[in-house]
Design a protein around this ligand. Structure first.
Ligand code: AMP
Length: 179
């Protein structure tokens, strides 16, 4: 198994969910047992030894690998969810999307100042949702935050956008947005 192979196996679905979007579909690579394990192992290798105590996944495709990664790192899993999905007391951050505003939430007691956090999502596009997730975790005052995505959509400058806000994001592979 190689990253090149994995990259080839991400399915591109044109015009989903609307015309002009090249949707990068990871269901093809998570359905393959070897590729699923490869992704978990490669990600774990990057973050092992960094003292990560919690892996935070962003709803919903961040929930696929984050718990597997957490178990591999000996960490816990914490969900960031869309508005009104979490049952206990939450804090929230709102951010601008292409159309309108989105709000994401995390349980107020999910993280503590001693936590070293890895935030994970499947795809980094413009970086807007990841920055909102980082701001949410920052509000809880954790010790350190690492940021990771499976795929960076190259050409959208998501990494540079995050860097401008003091966030260093690491992605497993880059795919051209129009590829
Ligand atoms: P952004 O906030 O622009 O970085 O968008 C990132 C979020 O939107 C991630 O949760 C992705 O799963 C999703 N996303 C954005 N663009 C795509 C795309 N071309 N294919 C699949 N998912 C995407």
């Amino acid at each position: 198994m190689t990253l090149e192979q994995l990259k080839k196996d991400v399915r591109n679905v044109p015009d989903f969910p609307k015309k002009g979007i090249q949707f990068k579909d990871i269901t093809t690579i998570i359905a393959d047992p070897g590729e699923l394990r490869f992704m978990r192992d490669r990600l774990a290798a990057i973050y092992r030894g960094k003292g990560i105590t919690k892996v935070v996944g962003i709803e919903s495709r961040g929930f696929i690998l984050a718990p597997a990664l957490a178990m591999e790192l000996g960490a816990g899993f914490v969900p960031i969810r869309k508005h009104n999905k979490l049952p206990a007391e939450t804090i929230e951050v709102s951010y601008e999307k292409e159309y309108g505003t989105d709000t994401i939430q995390i349980h107020k007691d999910a993280l503590s100042p001693d936590d070293v956090v890895l935030i994970h999502d499947d795809i980094l596009a413009t970086g807007g949702s990841m920055l909102a997730a980082v701001e949410l975790v920052r509000k809880l005052g954790v010790k350190k935050i690492y940021v990771n995505c499976l795929i960076e959509l190259e050409g959208l400058n998501g990494k540079a956008f995050l860097a401008a806000h003091g966030v260093d994001a690491e992605c497993l592979m880059g795919i051209e947005v129009d590829e």
